[in-house]
Structures are given as structure tokens and as C-alpha cells.
Design a protein around this ligand. Structure first.
Ligand SMILES: [Zn+2]
Length: 214
């Protein structure tokens, strides 16, 4: 029966973050070893740490926030395309990736997943991103959700254009996926960001399960 694969990065204070990130901190509120009645902690987190979704407001100031993200978009069949060895996900690269017609949820496994697999300790500026023309390809092909395997969908230093095109079209962006063990093909996607109100991003738990689909 169901073999769900967890493609969520473990959230931990010593994981790589975006260069100016406030990171992730778990602080002790109460500790039993210090006389507390229980153990209680507080979490401070950059909402774009680890595996997370972006809401339109992240790059579109008139855009909607996390509470409007549609569960229907984040749960259902998705296609995982193999983009390993590609330096940048352009429109031409997407065109050549044999993405089945009718795909609405698309995850891109790039060489980035190897950074996580190798437990690279620091942020990598040379990660593979989606170019602006690649972003327009997604809009033209009616993609509703795009998932990638580093901390931004857009290339480092050119991230804004990609985000504006993707988020401006209402496409849900899932970032920080761990796809190193995922072969191309069809999966059931379950992407559940925390139900946060009034924010531009939210940490998510993301699962895949292989399905047969023509
Ligand atoms: Zn983000």
C-alpha cells in the first residue's frame, strides 16, 4: 500500500540558509532539568527556510498571502521532470524535458538535490534556477504549481524576475524540495504548508507517492 516518500528537508538551525536570512532558532522557554513543569520551546524561523511555499505577496505587493493558497493546487497528481546536469532551467530546457501535456503540477529535479544529499554545510550561490523565459513557459503551459530543489526558484542574483512572473500568474512555488531519490514520472503530491495567516511564505511538509498515469 501507499509508500509515501518524504521530500521535505529536515528543519534544523545548522542547515544552509539564504545569505541574509535570520535562520531558524529553537529557544528554551521551560526545561524540566531546570525545574520546569514540562519542556517548552519557542521557534523563530525565516519563512523561506528549508522546504516551503511562496505566496504571491512575496514579490507582488498587491498579491495574496499564505492563507489564500489553494489546497487543491497543492494536492494531486504531479509530474517530476529530470533536469539534472542543466545549468539553468530555460524555456528551451523545459521544452526538451518531455513534460507530458496536461501537467499542472510540475517538480524539477535538478543537480541541486545533490547539495542536500552531500550535506553541503553552506549556502550555494551556484544553484540551478528557473530563468525568466522558463517562468513564462510555465505560465504559457498553464502550470499551477512549480517545485524546485533549492531555496529559490530563481537563479541567484536574478531571482526577482522569475518570482514576479511565477507568483504574478498565481502559480504556487514550492522551494527547498529534496528530490535526490526521486526518479522522473508521475506522483501523487501532498504539499501542506502550515496554515499561517498574513504572510508571504510558509514552511511545508511535502510527500510524494508514485502513481500510474498515462
Ligand atoms: Zn521562498
Amino acid at each position: 500500500m501507499p509508500d509515501y516518500i518524504d521530500v521535505t528537508l529536515p528543519l534544523r538551525p545548522d542547515m544552509p540558509f539564504w545569505p541574509d536570512s535570520t535562520g531558524l532558532h529553537i529557544s528554551a522557554v521551560k526545561r524540566m532539568k531546570s525545574g520546569g513543569v514540562c519542556n517548552l520551546s519557542a521557534l523563530t524561523i525565516d519563512l523561506h527556510a528549508g522546504t516551503h511555499v511562496d505566496a504571491p505577496w512575496h514579490y507582488v505587493d498587491s498579491g495574496t498571502k499564505t492563507e489564500t493558497l489553494s489546497i487543491d493546487r497543492m494536492v494531486g497528481p504531479c509530474y517530476v521532470a529530470d533536469m539534472q546536469g542543466i545549468a539553468e532551467v530555460t524555456a528551451a530546457a523545459l521544452q526538451g524535458a518531455a513534460i507530458p501535456a496536461g501537467t499542472t503540477r510540475l517538480l524539477l529535479r535538478t543537480s541541486n538535490s545533490q547539495f542536500w544529499k552531500n550535506s553541503e554545510p553552506s549556502f550555494r550561490k551556484d544553484f540551478v534556477g528557473l530563468s525568466a523565459d522558463g517562468a513564462r513557459w510555465l505560465v504559457e503551459h498553464k502550470i499551477e504549481l512549480i517545485g524546485m530543489d533549492y531555496l529559490s526558484i530563481g537563479p541567484f542574483g536574478r531571482s526577482a524576475d522569475t518570482h514576479k512572473i511565477v507568483l504574478g500568474a498565481g502559480i504556487v512555488a514550492v522551494e527547498g524540495l529534496y528530490l535526490a531519490d526521486i526518479s522522473p514520472g508521475w506522483y501523487e503530491l501532498i504539499c501542506l504548508p502550515i496554515r499561517l495567516v498574513g504572510a508571504e511564505g510558509a514552511p511545508a511538509r511535502v510527500l510524494l507517492r508514485r502513481i500510474a498515469k498515462s
